[in-house]
Design a protein around this ligand. Structure first.
Ligand SMILES: NC(=O)c1ccc[n+]([C@@H]2O[C@H](COP(=O)([O-])OP(=O)(O)OC[C@H]3O[C@@H](n4cnc5c(N)ncnc54)[C@H](O)[C@@H]3O)[C@@H](O)[C@H]2O)c1
Length: 266
């Protein structure tokens, strides 16, 4: 039997890491998945890809803008209206932003990066935790392996929340903030049997890293520094997210799991 018997919610699910994570939940036997993003067309493509894996998966498509608190609240409410609970939430919606140093970054550009990557992820996690607190825990395993979990949240940060790189001060700061609030939330809600962790991807092959040639060029040194000397795939990041949501990570709390081909240790 699948260990993912509960309800999954994935933001940023129209593309890249979020899409790969929603698909991975379906591949691992999860049959109730909310896919959430501001890009409706992309969400519909993700829905089609999931339906090709299994007809047994019920997919709820939710159009949501991470800049709008009421829409994020509704995202969780719509999921609960459909299935009564949220067991695994992976918050992957995010932007790279303007790729410029601070003196060439306007306050509006800073606010946009901060409000989507930090505030939007925090709001998602906040509404998900509030829902999880109201639900009865899922239990599995026997004896010493017995686990009781009311919910598990994975926020997508970045290797750039831990180390710096040129031309990305606002992005780096937004991701450091995600790591920091994840730790705070994991401490506050462990007593409720809610686990909150984050994943820090390295350079990953998604539409985010396939943009302008100048940006792709700027990523090359980061790929060369990583001992594995390649980009990660969105599926490899999704694997880490599912691990943190699953029973194998039952004692993992407030962790920032770096999945970067070794970039930050080199
Ligand atoms: N690709 C990488 O190299 C990399 C590395 C480290 C961290 N990340 C992080 O991983 C996450 C996923 O990125 P990705 O690489 O899959 O990029 P992506 O561009 O393929 O996907 C990001 C998704 O977020 C959605 N999104 C952006 N702003 C939104 C908003 N205001 N409201 C709702 N949805 C919004 C987009 O529509 C898109 O579907 C991001 O948080 C990103 O910062 C990516």
């Amino acid at each position: 039997m699948s260990q993912y018997t509960g309800v999954a919610l994935v933001t940023g699910a129209a593309s890249g890491i979020g899409r790969a994570t929603a698909i991975a939940f379906a591949q691992e036997g999860c049959t109730k998945i909310s896919i959430c993003d501001r890009n409706l067309l992309g969400l519909q493509e993700t829905q089609t890809l999931i339906s090709e894996i299994s007809k047994d998966v019920d997919v709820l498509v939710i159009e949501v803008d991470m800049l709008e608190e009421s829409q994020i609240d509704n995202m969780v409410k719509k999921t609960v209206e459909r299935w009564g609970r949220v067991d695994y939430a992976v918050n992957a919606a995010g932007i790279i932003g303007n790729n410029a140093p601070s003196t060439q970054t306007t306050a509006a550009q800073f606010d946009l990066i901060t409000n989507i990557n930090y505030r939007g992820t925090w709001l998602s996690s906040r509404f998900e935790i509030a829902q999880m607190q109201t639900q009865t825990p899922l239990e599995w395993g026997n004896g010493k392996k017995r686990q009781k979990v009311r919910g598990s949240i994975v926020n997508i940060a970045s290797q750039l929340g831990l180390v710096g790189r040129p031309d990305a001060p606002a992005y780096c700061a937004s991701k450091a903030a995600v790591i920091a609030f994840t730790r705070g939330d994991s401490i506050d809600y462990a007593k409720d049997d809610i686990r909150v962790n984050c994943v820090c991807p390295g350079v990953t092959e998604t539409p985010m890293t396939q943009g302008e040639p100048k940006f792709r060029e700027a990523l090359k040194p980061a790929i060369d520094i990583a001992p594995m000397k390649r980009m990660g795939t969105p599926e490899e990041i999704a694997d880490a997210c599912l691990f943190l949501c699953g029973s194998g990570a039952g004692f993992v709390c407030g962790h920032a799991l770096v999945v970067d081909g070794g970039y930050i240790i080199n």
